[in-house]
Design a protein around this ligand. Structure first.
Ligand SMILES: Nc1ncnc2c1ncn2[C@@H]1O[C@H](COP(=O)(O)OP(=O)(O)OP(=O)(O)O)[C@@H](O)[C@H]1O
Length: 271
């Protein structure tokens, strides 16, 4: 199914996707320090790429650049096989097939669930939006809840509506910035696996930021670790182990070959 987005296309009228290629990306805010220092990354359709890293290392900035919310100083970004940034060209966010879901979901509090989802459907005729929104809500397990107001929903339900709204634009790419961190542990696992199943089945390329190494390792097809604006390692989760704690007590992860040695407990996600 990778490379195609049949479910989303059926619901919202779109086509096939080619993932993301980020090449030697550099970015700074104003005259500040460089935040991205030559990041290169590939996101494949239908696959989940987990992104780990300390607070402030540049994860959200990378997502914002891919979404078009920041214009990079240098480097190239291709989305769905099309150049969207190359130093001169900058395609604005609303013209990129990119969905983004943040930790706080960002639903419009004054609009019902259906209208929240239909908001991104300007490419459809007005009379078709209601049915398309209902179809997407069905897809994320929120069928029949279109009339509900956001404040009457649980965190997990709001997360699903936020996902449906991001899918309404028929994205080739979905950027998830810690979208599950507001949920309690039990709900978090089920909502995460349902969400990623929907995205994988639809052939969407996913970049998922998380602070939780085990979440990244268990839920991702590929994992990258970022530090101070650079990607340290990128690899298959089965080749990555959780092998200790840093000075602040956070679990640390590395590629297994590098960590092999005394003190490494090889708590690899793949077994
Ligand atoms: N709009 C902005 N203007 C100036 N500096 C910014 C802006 N946004 C982020 N920064 C700085 O850029 C650096 C990277 O921030 P970013 O939000 O990308 O990190 P992060 O890895 O997502 O952090 P966290 O895990 O805490 O969310 C930080 O030093 C931050 O202070």
């Amino acid at each position: 199914m990778a490379g195609r987005r049949p479910g989303v296309a059926a619901a919202a009228g779109g086509g096939a996707g080619g993932g993301v290629r980020v090449q030697n990306l550099r970015h700074r805010y104003g005259r500040g320090e460089e935040v991205l220092k030559g990041v290169s990354l590939t996101l494949e359709p239908g696959r989940v790429h987990g992104l780990l890293g300390d607070s402030g290392c540049g994860k959200t900035t990378l997502l914002r650049v891919i979404a078009g919310l920041e214009r990079p100083g240098r480097g190239r970004v291709l989305v769905d096989d099309r150049v969207v940034d190359d130093g001169r060209l900058h395609v604005p966010p609303e013209k990129r097939p990119v969905g983004i879901v943040f930790q706080d979901y960002g639903l419009f509090p004054h609009l019902c669930v259906r209208r929240n989802v239909a908001f991104g459907m300007r490419h459809l005729r007005r009379r078709d939006r209601r049915a398309a929104a209902e179809a997407l809500l069905e897809r994320v397990g929120m069928g029949g809840r279109g009339a509900a107001m956001p404040h009457t929903l649980s965190g997990g339900q709001q997360q699903r509506v936020a996902l449906a709204r991001a899918l309404a634009r028929d994205p080739a790419v979905m950027l998830l910035d810690e979208p599950f961190s507001g949920l309690d542990a039990r709900l978090r696992e089920s909502v995460r696996s349902e969400t990623l199943a929907v995205l994988r089945a639809a052939g969407v390329a996913v970049l998922m930021v998380t602070h939780d190494p085990m979440e990244a390792l268990v839920a991702s097809d590929t994992v990258s670790v970022m530090r101070a604006g650079k990607l340290l390692v990128t690899g298959d989760p089965s080749a990555v182990c959780v092998c200790g704690t840093d000075a602040e007590g956070h679990r640390t992860i590395r590629l297994c070959a590098e960590a092999d040695g005394p003190g490494c407990d090889h708590a690899a996600a793949g077994g």
